[in-house]
Design a protein around this ligand. Structure first.
Ligand SMILES: NC(=O)C1=CN([C@@H]2O[C@H](COP(=O)(O)OP(=O)(O)OC[C@H]3O[C@@H](n4cnc5c(N)ncnc54)[C@H](OP(=O)(O)O)[C@@H]3O)[C@@H](O)[C@H]2O)C=CC1
Ligand SMILES: CC(=O)N[C@@H](CCC(=O)OP(=O)(O)O)C(=O)O
Length: 309
């Protein structure tokens, strides 16, 4: 028996990616609303209540509205938006984040897919906080660059029409980006990181970096201890890996067009400084890949079905 899945927002950037990953699968049957009905409230309500699992690929307000339209006790939800990532009653959909997170997702009715930047940040920082290497009250920074598909259809149009007219654009300069609450909460930090995002003139891919002084670490921990903590946290994970080499450079393309994420621990022992770096695809492990991974877990399907390592 296949799992019926309705993607609300199926012609948006994230929705299309999920649809692509699910369309040839025998274990999933997709409910599709045609162009004329995809924003029709009656048709959406029916599909939202008919599906075993709905995947919301909508702006935040529309995602909240979609959840409110579900009037049964059985439809399960994966929300790709920011709306429920720190909300009560929702399970954070980052399967590798905690030792039991995949099991929690498997049992959950409501799953909030992580933001793309928080996926990289949390992968680097959460194990260090959990293991006591980084104090929970540490003051940390996160620098990150995303491909322009991270901004959805409107940003794709801006860059592809030439209107953006730039190779690299830092933004959220007034701070307070919408991803800071989930970074703080799920890292277990008591202070929000200073988050410095930027968008580059490339379609997809992402580099997320957390710089640290060794002096910020607890109990005299060093680079080896940090790397060891990350290796232990992700041992046996198929989609998150800690690099075995220290390449001279990394690029935003390193994990583009895949659903994996690679973590690097760069450092200089003389300067006593570290650069923790994650590369991923904002539309892969940062969005559609994570949604499909969560669907597989929730429906008890092959955990790697539809995913590219
Ligand atoms: N792009 C990315 O890398 C990531 C995106 N996300 C999140 O995923 C969600 C979707 O983002 P993204 O795909 O980039 O955005 P897009 O703007 O590309 O797509 C959003 C889609 O939702 C549709 N839509 C808007 N309102 C409604 C409504 N009331 N009913 C039905 N459909 C509606 C839009 O319709 P129309 O086509 O007519 O505009 C559009 O097709 C957002 O919450 C975003 O924050 C999460 C992680 C990464
Ligand atoms: C380049 C760009 O604009 N990126 C988006 C984040 C994309 C993402 O993770 O989406 P969520 O909205 O689901 O959190 C931004 O900074 O708002």
């Amino acid at each position: 028996m296949s799992t019926s899945v309705f993607i609300d927002g199926a012609v948006g950037t994230t929705g299309l990616e999920i649809r692509e990953r699910l369309s040839n699968r025998a274990d999933v049957s997709l409910l599709i609303l045609d162009e004329a009905r995809r924003k029709d409230a009656v048709a959406r309500r029916e599909a939202l209540n008919d599906a075993d699992v709905v995947i919301l690929c909508l702006p935040d307000d529309a995602a909240r509205e979609a959840v409110a339209m579900i009037n049964n006790d059985t439809t399960r939800v994966i929300d790709a938006s920011t709306a429920h990532r720190v909300a009560d009653g929702w399970t954070y959909g980052f399967a590798e984040l905690e030792p039991d997170q995949a099991e929690r997702i498997a049992r959950a009715r409501f799953v909030a897919n992580p933001g793309c930047y928080p996926t990289g940040f949390l992968a680097l920082v959460r194990p260090l906080v959990r293991e006591g290497l980084l104090p929970a009250d540490a003051l940390v920074m996160v620098n990150a660059t995303s491909g322009y598909s991270g901004g959805g259809k409107s940003m794709i149009a801006e860059f592809e029409s030439g209107a953006a007219n730039t190779a690299f654009r830092p933004y959220a300069l007034a701070l307070g980006h919408k991803h800071v609450p989930e970074m703080t909460r799920h890292a277990g930090l008591s202070h929000g990181p200073v988050f410095q995002p930027a968008v580059a003139n490339t379609f997809r891919g992402m580099v997320v970096e957390v710089p640290l002084h060794l002096a910020q670490l607890a109990n005299g921990a060093d680079r080896q201890a940090v790397e060891q903590a990350l290796r232990e946290a992700y041992a046996g994970c198929d989609l998150v890996r800690v690099s075995d080499t220290a390449p001279a450079t990394i690029t935003i393309e390193d994990d583009a067009n895949s659903d994996r994420m690679t973590l690097h621990v760069f450092g200089n022992d003389d300067l006593r400084q570290l650069r923790l770096v994650a590369t991923l695809d904002n539309l892969g492990k940062g969005a559609a890949g994570a949604a499909v991974q969560n669907l597989n877990l929730m429906a008890g399907l092959d955990p790697l079905a539809g995913l590219t390592r």
